[in-house]
Design a protein around this ligand. Structure first.
Ligand code: SF4
Length: 304
């Protein structure tokens, strides 16, 4: 396993130019769930003769998706687009009826739902079966949230934070909470505090995953130590956008890039320490490329 796993990074600091240091967050890049999903996709490609496609991009990283496409892994938006072959369910998971529809069409299904997401799905199902009104803390249009809603019988209330709580619908009810795995724990704490006085009974499952928590706390720690933060990751990656938000709250000179080519010299002007972090779907190669490019950019900036 390389440094992109959930192990702490061994060499987080890199001297760039004289007087400028580049610091990589202790936890950054590929998480366990993403590595597992990519491995399962590779295994399917090697094992089965027919077409292989993922239901949506396997991860929120355009260059990785392009690389897989070049090797024959397609992307479909709906089960109905495939009439044969193998369908890979990505880390976000899907509502149970989607897997049933794939089986009904005779497709082989490789379920790469992250085990942490699967826990949240089971909790949503159990709460619904137990008669609770299920509240999902998450993004309305995120596929993981759509999957959780499916496991909650399609009746869950999705909220982005305490301000969204439908007070009258929940007053006096038995309320159960599950959380999109990439949410911030602090938002969950505020939601629980808002629900507690309303609900007759309140059950809260903290389904924020460990990899997310490690990356978020390492990013906050980094942002407090540096003059500029660069966050590397897909623009449609929820966990990357959360890192951007958390870092920007601490260090306003936070910039988000998808690839090293987007770096701007003006961003690092006058900076003595530049921090780099990355979302859970960012490969090590992109982090390394960013550090290399930053080293050159810092040197150019220092030379002016
Ligand atoms: S961020 Fe967490 S829940 Fe999402 S794939 Fe990675 S390990 Fe799984």
């Amino acid at each position: 396993m390389n440094a992109s796993s959930d192990d702490e990074r061994a060499t987080p600091r890199s001297p760039a130019a004289e007087g400028c240091e580049i610091v990589v967050a202790r936890y950054a890049g590929y998480c366990y769930g993403v590595e597992r999903a990519l491995r399962l996709t590779e295994e399917a490609l090697a094992r089965v003769p027919g077409p292989v496609a993922t239901l949506g991009p396997i991860i929120h990283n355009p260059s990785v998706v392009r690389g897989l496409a070049a090797r024959g892994v397609g992307v479909v938006d709906e089960v109905g687009e495939m009439s044969e072959g193998t369908l890979v369910v990505r880390t976000h998971g899907v509502p149970p009826e989607v897997v049933a529809a794939a089986h009904a069409r005779g497709l082989e299904v490789v379920d790469a739902t992250c085990p942490f997401v699967a826990v949240a799905q089971r909790k949503a199902h159990d709460l619904h079966e137990g008669g609770y009104t299920v509240v999902i803390l998450g993004e309305h249009d995120h596929p993981e949230v759509a999957g959780l809603q499916g496991f909650a019988g399609g009746e869950a209330i999705v909220v982005a934070g305490p301000a969204d709580v439908p007070v009258e619908r929940l007053r006096g009810r038995r309320v159960g909470v599950v959380v999109q795995t990439t949410q911030a724990r602090e938002t969950l704490a505020r939601l629980a505090a808002a629900l507690a006085p309303l609900a007759r009974e309140l059950v809260v499952f903290n389904t924020v995953c460990e990899a997310t928590e490690k990356r978020q706390s390492a990013a906050c720690e980094l942002a407090a130590q540096v003059d500029v933060v660069i966050v590397v990751g897909g623009r449609n990656s929820a966990n990357t956008m959360r890192l951007v938000q958390l870092c920007r709250d601490i260090q306003p000179r936070t910039h988000h890039i998808e690839s090293a080519g987007e770096l701007r010299e003006a961003w690092v002007t006058g900076a003595r320490r530049v921090g780099v972090t990355a979302g859970a779907s960012t490969p090590d190669s992109e982090i390394e490329e960013t550090v290399d490019r930053l080293r050159t950019t810092c040197e150019a900036s220092d030379g002016r």
